[in-house]
Design a protein around this ligand. Structure first.
Ligand code: CMC
Length: 434
């Protein structure tokens, strides 16, 4: 990656009576950064930023978020324009290569992805090792990491050609693995990918076709799946992406790195939130129960949170949530679920929360997960698959960020420091004297 950082007037800090001038850099948009890399060597202190609330961990040219304005750009293009006019595969090309493809580039890329969707036949035996009731995310973590054991010709991270092959394999095979995790959990036979179908249609077919019947892809649901994938494709240095970068910074192979991203995504504060949001809406059950639920959310002695609300970066309406809400209505209209009580609870809850002082003062707006659960449920997915679908979409973001890091010569192994508050040095005491 060619650095595009620009120099700005420096900053000065005083630590331990020592004054230090720190370089300041600017990007193309967004806040400037203070370069503290020499701080420890020159003053003997570390910075303290648990949760990285004020720390830029890398230079990146992929995705930009303005949390105060509610803006999300992939390579400069606003997410709402991509959701409206683009396709997931085109977005994959954009994220991975930096520019939208022309027709020839698109066709070559689409063919590359389509022709890598099958899995090694022996790979299928892997699924049998999991219990039938295993969470599909557990299956994803295990099987994606295991890809490294099957595709030895794409694990040399120093070879750009092998890196590209690994990237294409991951984008192509992830829907096949996800669909198998789903089929395995419901005891149905695996459905092989079909090369004549587009990415989203192929995925829906692998999830929902059964040998006893012909399966016809519903174009409204296929478009909804595609837009869901676009909306979740990347989100700059979030927890799972940072995990992928951290794992990759040690030189781990790309399949292992993406598997670590999937593990991180699983948590309810990150990708698991769509599952948690739908569970919450169903638990509330009826609009009459909302006031009591809101009371509990506001009670400092109760640890209930309004799932699908709030975001570390967005302090305004999450732009993905707006597109997701539109998608939700289109899917429910198509599946005849506009009277769905969960949707009614969601809409009422959103209305109340957007005018309630507690949420307004904390800038807690609906995030993408608030409406995605209802949408995915209406499409026929069980809640346990929601985070898996997020992982399928985010794979391209993870791999684009991993590739960018591999091409960045200034990147070092990730190694944060700490403020130690444990016991100071003390002598070992033998067991019989304790
Ligand atoms: N419901 C109720 N109160 C909340 C919520 C919520 N969802 N989120 C934050 N708060 C309150 C929190 O209690 C705190 O209040 P106070 O100042 O009185 O102590 C204040 O808002 C700040 O919260 P925080 O935990 O310091 O904020 P954070 O930036 O660390 O947390 C978050 C961000 C996403 C983890 C959090 O908002 C949350 O837990 N939301 C629910 C889970 C969720 O929907 N996650 C999906 C995120 S979007 C998908 C993705 O990009 O991965």
């Amino acid at each position: 990656m060619q650095s595009k950082i620009t120099k700005k007037p420096s900053a000065t800090i005083t630590v331990n009576n020592k004054q230090l001038e720190l370089p300041v850099y600017g990007g193309s948009v967004g806040p400037d950064v203070v370069d503290i890399r020499k701080l420890y060597a020159q003053t003997g202190v570390f910075t303290f930023d648990p949760g990285f609330t004020s720390t830029a961990s890398c230079e990146s040219q992929i995705t930009y978020i303005d949390g105060d304005e509610g803006v999300l750009l992939y390579r400069g293009y606003p997410i709402d324009q991509l959701a409206e006019h683009s396709s997931f595969l085109e977005v994959c090309y954009l994220l991975a290569n930096g520019e939208l493809p022309n027709t020839a580039e698109y066709q070559r890329f689409a063919k590359d992805i389509t022709y890598h969707t099958m899995l090694h036949a022996q790979f299928d035996r892997f699924f049998e090792g999991f219990r039938r009731d295993a969470h599909p995310m557990a299956i994803m973590v295990g099987t994606v990491g295991a890809l490294a054991a099957f595709y030895h010709d794409s694990t040399d991270i120093n070879d750009p050609v092998q890196r590209t092959i690994a990237s294409h394999r991951l984008i192509a095979k992830m829907p096949t693995i996800a669909a198998r995790a789903f089929k395995y959990s419901i005891g149905q036979p695996f459905v092989s990918p079909r090369n004549e179908l587009d990415y989203a249609s192929n995925f829906l077919r692998m999830c929902f076709a059964v040998p006893a019947e012909d399966y016809k892809v519903n174009p409204v649901l296929a478009r909804a799946m595609d837009v869901f994938f676009i909306l979740h494709a990347d989100h700059e240095q979030n927890a799972s992406t940072s995990t992928v970068r951290l794992a990759g910074s040690s030189g781990a192979n790309p399949f292992a790195c993406i598997s670590s991203g999937i593990a991180c995504l699983w948590g309810p504060a990150h990708g698991g939130a769509n599952e948690a949001a739908l569970n919450m809406l169903e638990e509330i059950g009826h609009v009459d129960n909302i006031p009591e639920f809101i009371r509990r959310v506001k009670d400092p002695n109760d640890d209930v949170r309004l799932m699908g609300f709030g975001h570390r970066v967005y302090k305004n309406y999450d732009p993905r949530a707006k597109a997701m809400q539109k998608l939700c209505h289109a899917v429910l209209k198509e599946t005849g679920g506009l009277d769905n009580p969960t949707l009614k609870v969601a809409m009422e809850l959103e209305k109340i929360a957007l005018s309630d002082e507690y949420f307004v003062s904390r800038k807690l707006y609906p995030n993408i997960d608030f409406y995605s659960g209802i949408t995915l449920r209406a499409m026929g997915f069980p809640t346990s698959m929601f985070t898996v679908l997020f992982a399928v979409a985010r794979t391209v973001g993870w791999i684009a960020q991993w590739t960018e890091m591999m091409e960045d010569e200034s990147q070092k192994i990730g190694r944060p420091r700490q403020v130690y508050t444990g016991a100071p040095k003390r002598d070992y005491v033998a067991l019989d004297r304790r």
